[in-house]
Design a protein around this ligand. Structure first.
Ligand SMILES: [Ca+2]
Length: 327
């Protein structure tokens, strides 16, 4: 049977529009999450995303979308193609298009963009800006959403500053207050110190100060001092004769023996909950100064908390290392 082109035209139009109008992932079970990553100079974001997508397959979470908070030429295409490599299609991606000043050479993004399966994204501009991305996902979600931040906080700061618009009459802060359950942040050093995700640039410092001061929900932080005790990923060398794409990203980063697990630990904890994942909480308030250094004032009713490991570091290593492999 042949169908006249005229009848097919609306279908083609719909197919062209599809990348910009993907349905929300509302049928999957698990708590809804948005992943916010710099996907930039460090490779632990790649391992974190692998763990997150595994948690989604296990129905612990449902991934509503990924926000990239630092722009490089291969940001969106490499994120999408790594997701496809992991078997996750149609992931919604937003970008903070203002964050073009995190200088450096992207160590593994071109590799993922070249070697991963081809998807619908060819350039960053195929994605929407982080503010409308977040506002849409939050406004449309019927359940409260957890946000997992393993990068800089500039996209979340811009979300807080956003005004009511055609997506929602609510301000960004009010939208967060009503629609976000909890924010999970890899950032800072506890109880005090100076760490990259807060202090890297003027942009990251301003954003970290803003989010720590004004974010209206609970925040759980995992700091530099925790991730530096756990190194993972080296055993991926034995997966697919060394051709596993996450392992090749580690090699491209110069971390063939593994990388410290800041982002993977935070992500796994966000999926499972602090206690189940083996952490103890200290409640209080995190403050960030104009140099990007942070202090933590402990008090029982604080909206913030940072975590310390209840198990030995080797146990975290073993558990996370194992979860990086395909079951
Ligand atoms: Ca990161």
């Amino acid at each position: 049977m042949s169908i006249p082109m005229k009848q097919l035209a609306p279908l083609f139009a719909l197919l062209i529009l599809l990348p910009l109008a993907l349905p929300l992932n509302t049928n999957a079970k698990g708590k809804p999450v948005i992943f916010d990553t710099d996907w930039w100079t460090d490779v632990d974001d790649v391992l974190a995303l692998r763990l997150l997508l595994r948690a989604e397959r296990e129905k612990q979470v449902k991934l509503l979308g990924i926000c990239i908070d630092a722009v490089n030429p291969w940001s969106a295409i490499s994120v999408e193609r790594f997701c496809l490599y992991e078997g996750r299609r149609n992931v919604r991606i937003g970008i903070d298009f203002q964050a073009t000043d995190y200088n450096g050479k992207p160590p593994y993004q071109q590799l993922l963009a070249t070697e991963g399966p081809r998807g619908r994204i060819e350039r960053n501009e195929d994605c929407e800006d982080c503010v409308s991305f977040y506002r849409k996902l939050l406004a449309q979600s019927k359940e409260k959403v957890d946000i997992i931040s393993v990068g800089y906080l500039n996209a979340l700061s811009r979300l807080l500053n956003s005004r009511g618009d055609g997506i929602s009459p609510l301000t960004g802060r009010e939208l967060v207050r009503r629609k976000v359950r909890k924010l999970w942040v890899m950032g800072g050093t506890y109880p005090e110190g100076r760490e990259n995700n807060f202090c890297r640039t003027e942009r990251s410092i301003k954003a970290a100060r803003h989010v720590c001061r004004d974010w209206p929900t609970k925040i759980t932080f995992l700091g530099y001092e925790t991730g530096i005790q756990v190194k993972i990923g080296g055993s991926l060398k034995y997966e697919q004769n060394g051709k596993d794409l996450a392992y090749r990203a580690l090699v491209a980063h110069g971390s063939s023996k593994g990388r410290y697990a800041w982002d993977p630990m935070l992500t796994e904890m966000a999926c499972r909950g602090e206690k189940k994942a083996g952490y103890e909480l200290t409640r209080g308030t995190t403050e960030v100064d104009e140099r990007g250094a942070n202090t933590f004032k402990a008090h029982r009713k604080g909206r913030h908390a940072y975590v310390t490991m209840k198990q030995k570091a080797e146990e975290f290593c073993q558990q996370l290392e194992q979860r990086l492999h395909r079951p």
